[in-house]
Design a protein around this ligand. Sequence first.
Ligand SMILES: [Zn+2]
Length: 133
Amino acid sequence: MLSNKRPEKVRPDEDFPLRGVLKCWCGQSMTAGWSKGRKQYYLYYRCHIHNNVNVPGRLLHEQFDEVLKDICFEPQQVEFLQLAAKALLAEPLKQKQERLKEKLNAISAINAKVLELEEKFMNNQIENTTYQT
Ligand SMILES: [Zn+2]
């Protein structure tokens, strides 16, 4: 029998940015939702299996923002990485251009030989017809 239930999908939601990312110690993705308090609703994350523990979402989001700030590059670090990447790419680029130049020279040499052979062939043909007449 076919079920008319849609498969549950983990959708990113602005209220729960860590849903689908956050894992319980058991490896399960943590689900997120709102729970009703005395005066207001509270955002929480929790595991499907270990559902006796609700992790407060607001605190978690604040701590996550702190972690993100700590792992962001400073402007001078970004500049350093750009310079280092350019310096590291300079040599391979130079080698690539040299190989390209060698190949173009080889093609020119072959073209010159083809032209030379064509000329010899044409001259030979003309000499033959001249001789015949
Ligand atoms: Zn768990």
